[in-house]
Every structure is written in structure tokens, then in C-alpha cells.
Design a protein around this ligand. Structure first.
Ligand SMILES: Cc1cc2nc3c(=O)[nH]c(=O)nc-3n(C[C@H](O)[C@H](O)[C@H](O)COP(=O)(O)OP(=O)(O)OC[C@H]3O[C@@H](n4cnc5c(N)ncnc54)[C@H](O)[C@@H]3O)c2cc1C
Length: 411
């Protein structure tokens, strides 16, 4: 008899879980209120970076030092509406407490576990599917105003060195050899090796879902209103039943988890993108522009500029200033940039105060497995989370320490 599983959420996390479970022989139904690759998913519009280097928790010793500067700057890449401050404060306190050195070190190790083999995991997940053509291997370059900006971040540099993340230093001349259009503002770079990116994140997720369906997986469009024991109840009153239920609903996971009795401090963290069709200047690989904390990715026919971190409730309308800032920052890098058309987008990252996702059985309903909270790195870690969820459901032995990701770590 096949193990039956319902996966709720068809973003990169849910699709990865569903496909890994299907390949292992489970009878899987993937439910979402929208189709995989829909613009309302966070997986639709991200920067596409497979960020093997992304081991630093969002709150970390270097970031804590910069908080006053970040909050007072009118063009800060981090934004908080003052009217939201009172509601946001309890989360912010938990977040800041996780940024101290003793707290950050174990988080770094737990993040590394989810990131170190990302490119390989994506290759395995997309093998023999139409999604494979969107994977590109290559460096990831951090751009700095000068070398000092890089050397002063001693905590992050040491952590990356300790974990064997290697890089080449790029002088201004070396940067220009790779990309002659970079403005004078950026005089120094680091090229992280063994990275990669997805050249169209929406099409990637959509093709993975199609492959899943073509090979026996079931896809249902519907909104889940409740999980009750082994039952999943939809808004239209349909009730579905399975032995295991995977909750992979990204930034929307809090209310469903709450019905199970969990009070999880999941915060919606907005981000934006600007995608420019047929841009005259394309970087040779992905960039992180470190002073303004935005990413630039050469995609399939367009240049994507993505970033901004806005702590806001899910229902708050987009902030027009965020896109204005992205455009301004981009033109400071490529002053002569031209392009045909532009599209803008906003998405919501699911972020927990310790920057780690929640992966594991719910302690209140052991038929439910949590798989959400992958903050800025959900595309990078999606396939790994898929494998971990598969191993939990099939009770396979794993040498990963699951404690840092547990569902009751904030209780
Ligand atoms: C601007 C920006 C840039 C980013 N860049 C990168 C990057 O370069 N690299 C990287 O690794 N990550 C990046 N990220 C983060 C990454 O996009 C997210 O972590 C990831 O997409 C989360 O995937 P998910 O599947 O968990 O959630 P989602 O993709 O949001 O999917 C959740 C799904 O759950 C469904 N759902 C919710 N509630 C219900 C319900 N009740 N019933 C049915 N369905 C429901 C939703 O419809 C949705 O389809 C970026 C994010 C942003 C915003």
C-alpha cells in the first residue's frame, strides 16, 4: 500500500517536497490556490540565486552594528512603516537577540547544512525534466565600494572561510575585464566559486510541477481552510484525507499552524523586483551589490534586479518607493543602461527570528510536517528541504541534526 501525502503549497518548497515524495513511491496530491509559477507566489519573482555562500543569518553581529544607520537612512534597503512598529516590536526583539555571536554561530552551521550542496540538489531534482534547462552554473560576485568594506566584515568572512566557501578577490581591473560597464562607484569585488542561478524561477517551478503531474502526481487548485487530524478541508467544503500532510505555504503558514495550536513567530518580509527586457548591459553572472543589498541576475532574455526588505503585514499594499530605490541603485551601477520594457513585482519572504526554516513534524499533530520559513534563501534550499521531508515521512535514517529546525523551538 502506497503512503498517501497531501502537500499544501506549490512554490519551490512544496513542489520539491511533492516530487521527492512521488519519486520515492508515495501517492501525492499537491494543493494550492494558484498554479505553480503564479505571480502571487514568492517563488515566482525571486533573484534566482543558488546562494551557497548565504550562511549568514539575517540578524548577525555585523548587521546589529548597522541598525541605527539602516533605520535612519531615507534610502535604506530595509524598511519598516512606523505605524507597524508596535506590532512588529516583539518579533524584532527575538530577531535581534538571535544576532549575537553565540546565537549566530550554531545558526550558521544549520544554514550551511541546507545550502552547501544546493547546485547539485537542483541538478538532481530537475534531471530529466524540462526545468533542467533553467539551471546555470557560475560564480556569484559581491561588489563593494572598496576593499576595506569587505575586510571590515570580519565575522562573516571568517565564518565563510571556516566552512570552506572559497572566493577570488577582484581588483577594479579584474572586475572590468569581466564586466566593462560597472561604474566607478564599485572598485572591488569577490567572486564566490561553485555557485549557480535559475534563469527563470517562475518557469522553473512551473516545469517541475508539470513533470510531477505527468508522472502520476495529482495537482488540485483550492484554498485550504483547515487541517483537522488527517483531514485537509478546503474553502469550498471539500475534505481530503492522507496519512501525511506537508505544510509548505510560505509566508501564509502562520494561520494554518496556529489552528494546530502553534504560535509561530513567522514574519512577512517583502521584497521587490524590477525585470528589464533585452537590457543593454548584463552581468556575466549573479551580483550582490553589498552597499544597497540588492541582487542582479542575468536571466533568460531579461535582467532582474531584486531586493529590499520590508517588514509589513501580508495585506499591506506595495510601497512605490521600494521600486524607485531599486531603479536608482541599478543606474548607479550601470549609468548607461538601456532596455525595452520593464516589469515590477513584489513578493513575501517567510522569515523566522532565527533565520532558519521550520522543517519537521508538528508536535501538536504528528501527521503534519512543517516545511516553511526559508526567508531570503527558499529557492536555494527548496530541493534540500524536499529531501528532508521525504526522509521524515518515510522514516529514513538521516545524519542531519533536525533540532535547529524543529516546530516547537519558539515555545
Ligand atoms: C525579492 C526577492 C528575491 C529573492 N531572491 C532569492 C534568491 O535569489 N535565492 C533564493 O534562494 N531565494 C530568494 N528569495 C526567497 C525565495 O523566493 C522564497 O524563500 C521562496 O520562494 C519561498 O518558497 P515557498 O515555496 O516556501 O513559498 P511560496 O513560493 O510563496 O509558495 C507558497 C504557496 O502556498 C500557497 N498557499 C498559501 N496558503 C494557502 C492555502 N491556505 N491554501 C492553498 N495554498 C496556499 C500560495 O498560494 C503559494 O503558492 C527571494 C525573495 C524575494 C521576495
Amino acid at each position: 500500500m502506497k503512503q498517501s501525502v497531501i502537500v499544501i503549497g506549490s512554490g519551490i518548497t512544496g513542489v520539491s517536497c511533492a516530487e521527492e515524495l512521488r519519486r520515492s513511491g508515495a501517492k501525492v496530491t499537491l494543493i494550492d490556490r494558484v498554479a505553480a509559477g503564479d505571480p502571487s507566489q514568492t517563488s515566482y519573482g525571486n533573484a534566482g540565486i543558488l546562494a551557497r555562500e548565504g550562511i549568514m543569518p539575517i540578524a548577525n553581529p555585523s548587521m546589529l552594528k548597522m541598525i541605527p544607520q539602516i533605520l535612519l537612512s531615507p534610502n535604506s534597503p530595509i524598511y519598516l512603516k512606523w505605524s507597524y512598529l508596535t506590532k512588529f516590536s516583539p518579533w524584532a526583539v527575538k530577531f535581534i537577540m538571535n544576532g549575537t555571536r553565540p546565537k549566530a554561530l550554531p545558526i550558521i552551521l544549520a544554514l550551511n547544512e541546507l545550502l552547501y550542496d544546493t547546485v547539485e540538489n537542483h541538478i538532481q531534482l530537475s534531471k530529466n525534466t524540462d526545468a533542467a534547462r533553467f539551471i546555470q552554473k557560475g560564480d556569484m560576485t559581491f561588489l563593494y565600494r572598496n576593499r576595506k568594506q569587505f575586510t571590515t566584515d570580519t565575522f562573516a568572512n571568517q565564518a565563510r572561510r571556516d566552512l570552506g566557501i572559497s572566493w577570488d578577490e577582484l581588483s577594479r581591473d579584474k572586475l572590468l575585464d569581466r564586466d566593462p560597464h560597472i561604474s566607478k562607484l564599485y572598485q572591488f569585488g569577490l567572486a564566490y566559486k561553485n555557485h549557480g542561478w535559475i534563469t527563470n524561477p517562475a518557469a522553473y517551478v512551473s516545469n517541475l510541477a508539470k513533470h510531477f503531474q505527468k508522472n502520476g502526481g495529482k495537482i488540485l487548485i483550492g484554498e485550504v481552510s483547515k487541517i483537522n487530524g488527517n483531514n485537509v478541508e478546503l474553502k469550498d467544503s471539500t475534505i481530503l484525507k492522507a496519512e501525511s500532510i506537508v505544510l509548505a505555504t510560505g509566508a501564509w503558514s502562520k494561520s494554518l499552524a496556529m489552528q494546530l495550536g502553534h504560535n509561530i513567530p513567522l514574519q512577512a518580509e517583502r521584497g521587490y523586483h524590477l525585470s528589464l527586457k533585452n537590457a543593454s548591459q548584463m552581468p556575466p553572472n549573479t551580483y550582490l551589490i553589498t552597499d544597497k543589498k540588492f541582487a542582479l541576475t542575468p536571466m533568460d532574455g531579461f535582467l532582474r534586479c531584486a531586493g529590499q526588505s520590508e517588514f509589513a503585514p501580508l495585506e499591506m499594499p506595495p510601497n512605490p518607493k521600494a521600486i524607485k530605490n531599486l531603479r536608482k541603485f541599478l543606474f548607479r551601477l550601470y549609468p548607461k543602461l538601456e532596455y525595452e520594457t520593464e516589469t515590477i513585482w513584489q513578493g513575501t519572504r517567510p522569515t523566522l527570528p532565527d533565520s532558519l526554516p521550520m522543517i519537521g513534524r508538528s508536535s501538536k499533530n504528528t501527521s503534519v510536517i512543517f516545511a516553511f520559513g526559508s526567508q531570503h534563501l527558499g529557492l536555494t534550499m527548496g530541493p534540500k528541504i524536499g529531501k528532508m521531508v521525504r526522509d521524515i515521512i518515510f522514516e529514513r535514517q538521516s545524519n542531519i541534526n533536525m533540532k535547529p529546525y524543529s516546530s516547537d523551538r519558539f515555545d
